[in-house]
Design a protein around this ligand. Structure first.
Ligand code: ZN
Ligand code: ZN
Length: 228
């Protein structure tokens, strides 16, 4: 254990995970605001837009299979650092923070758009699950699972193909790599919400949406923690 990791264990829990200032929770109010996304976003895939249009060029050319994507944060240095610590360093307080924020966002969406019949977290491959010990998306859904009665369906869709890390691939390679990665049982939900932590090109979510719709689901939306 390095000196910084050892020191980190002595910092009281009330220090902000980003700026180390005193805080009521593991992220202080100022840092929390810096994470929030006020960007004008694509109505379909939630990509940040620089024009006044409602949709990004990619969605206009080729609409995604899901109806609408929602994001909590913009994927930036601070959100990336937090997600990394939550995912790979198992920092529970950050997971707890995200899970509460996910719950708030979920209520907000449901109030505006109506309820979902189920939530489906993006499934990990067995190999990835074994490596990591848990599916981080289930952690993100913990408060929703506790406070609402929407089923979190972790069994209807399985990942049948372990893919290479998509981050090193370009868009065409990602699409090719993720093709055939999921298989699903027949489902009778009218409307589901697909959830993941980070979305960059959206290839994985699009593939998941395709499989879910083929399996009988009427329509699906997407909720992610951070959108690049
Ligand atoms: Zn802070
Ligand atoms: Zn778009």
């Amino acid at each position: 254990m390095g000196i910084y990791s050892r020191l980190a264990t002595f910092i009281p829990k009330q220090s902000c995970a980003l700026c180390a200032e005193n805080s009521d929770f593991c992220i202080c109010k100022t840092c929390e605001q810096s994470l929030e996304t006020n960007s004008h976003r694509c109505q379909s895939c939630a990509a940040a837009l620089t024009s006044d249009l409602h949709f990004c060029g990619a969605c206009l050319a080729h609409a995604p299979r899901y109806a609408k994507a929602y994001t909590l944060y913009h994927y930036c240095n601070s959100s990336a650092a937090l997600i990394k610590r939550f995912k790979f360093d198992h920092q529970l307080c950050i997971g707890e923070f995200f899970a509460h924020k996910m719950y708030d966002k979920y209520l907000d969406i449901v109030n505006k758009q109506g309820a979902y019949d189920a939530i489906i977290p993006l499934p990990l491959s067995k190999q990835r699950l074994k490596q990591r010990g848990y599916n981080q998306t289930h952690e993100l859904l913990r408060i929703i699972a506790k406070k609402t009665n929407v089923p979190i369906d972790q069994t209807s869709v399985r990942r049948i193909k372990a893919t290479r890390a998509l981050s090193s691939l370009n868009l065409a390679q990602r699409k090719q790599e993720i093709k055939g990665a999921f298989c699903a049982k027949p489902m009778s939900y009218k409307k589901v919400l697909l959830v993941d932590d980070v979305m960059t090109t959206g290839s994985s979510m699009n593939e998941l949406a395709k499989v879910v719709l083929k399996s009988g689901v009427g329509c699906c939306d997407v909720l992610i923690l951070a959108r690049a």
